[in-house]
Design a protein around this ligand. Structure first.
Ligand code: ZN
Length: 329
């Protein structure tokens, strides 16, 4: 895992440069996402909120504790997944900005009440039910109203936080339909949203993977010093290069497996992962990524619940393999 040594991977706000901060949420797995803050004078632009209201309140309280008097006047939503925007309602004074494609996703993707039902006690005795309860059951989805952006854009948008320039660059569709990265050129910082995961396998909900690779190139071209991923510790450009190589490997494997008629979920389990990727968490997410890659190669889109069920089954079989090897060892 390539991390910037001087930025500890501990929960809370970490100062990167004079005017930029990262809010880190270890362990970075499902739903534990990072936020960013660009502060100039007493005004701040926040990059993403948290998955639920208690987590967002904690992050908000930590702003007040570390940066007393600072007001968040702008919230940038990097993409439509709930773990990056379901706390937006706690910033009623701020202007919420997202890409047009993300605005659509926020209105049409899985909503908090649906996710609560899928991960609650009644979610069933299937591999998928267990998976959803284990990874999502500890969040509190009550009281959330998904707040759409008040301002949308496509392609690029230049902003300023008092005298600090901030550039929003739409790089999706890649992880989702409307991914945006936030570049603070004067500070040498990029907040990537879920265009970058550090330490775990990413999830490609939409792709195409070629766009995601180009998004990595866009980040690399900034020459930034600090890269704040959507999940995981702060990294640097070598971390982005390592991730880009992973995406290329996945794209190549998907093309071969698809041409050979291998079902997407088998393609995911058959990929022999080299170092360092073999150590990344959540290898079952490759099932979701392969399903999207196959769709981009011309297959009909699979039902989301079927795709997730295949991922849950792969996690279960990998866990039993580990248990078996421990017993033998
Ligand atoms: Zn995320």
């Amino acid at each position: 895992m390539l991390r910037v040594a001087e930025i500890a991977y501990t929960k809370g706000w970490h100062q990167l440069t004079t005017d930029t901060w990262a809010y880190l949420s270890p362990p970075g797995t499902w739903g534990f996402s990072n936020c960013g803050l660009v502060v100039s004078g007493d005004t701040a632009l926040l990059v993403d909120t948290q998955f639920d209201l208690p987590m967002t309140r904690q992050m908000q309280d930590a702003i007040a504790a570390r940066m007393p008097g600072v007001r968040v006047t702008t919230v940038v939503t990097t993409h439509a997944n709930g773990d990056h925007c379901w706390g937006n309602q706690l910033f009623p004074q701020a202007e919420i900005i997202a890409s047009s494609a993300s605005a659509h996703g926020m209105a049409h993707e899985v909503q908090p009440a649906q996710l609560e039902a899928l991960s609650g006690p009644a979610s069933g005795d299937s591999a998928l039910g267990h998976y959803m309860r284990r990874h999502f059951g500890h969040f509190d989805f009550t009281g959330i109203t998904v707040m759409p952006p008040g301002r949308t854009f496509s392609n690029r948008l230049q902003l300023s936080v008092e005298d600090t320039a901030v550039e929003l660059i739409e790089v999706g569709p890649a992880h989702t339909d409307g991914d945006v990265i936030v570049h603070v050129p004067g500070a040498g910082v990029v907040y990537t949203g879920d265009i970058l995961f550090v330490g775990d396998h990413p999830i490609m909900w939409t792709g195409p993977v070629e766009n995601w690779i180009m998004a990595c190139d866009t980040i690399i071209a900034t020459g930034a010093r600090y890269i704040v991923p959507g999940h995981g510790p702060v990294t640097h450009l070598d971390g982005v290069r390592e991730f880009r190589a992973y995406l290329q490997m996945v794209a190549d494997h998907a093309a071969h497996a698809h041409a050979a008629g291998v079902p997407y979920w088998q393609a995911a389990s058959q990929l022999a992962l080299p170092t360092p990727y073999v150590d990344w968490g959540h290898p079952e997410r490759l099932v979701i990524t392969m399903a999207a890659a196959y769709q981009n190669l011309g297959d009909a889109s699979g039902d989301l619940m079927d795709v997730l069920a295949h991922a849950a089954e792969l996690e279960q079989s990998l866990a039993s393999r580990v248990r078996g090897s421990k017993l033998r060892g």
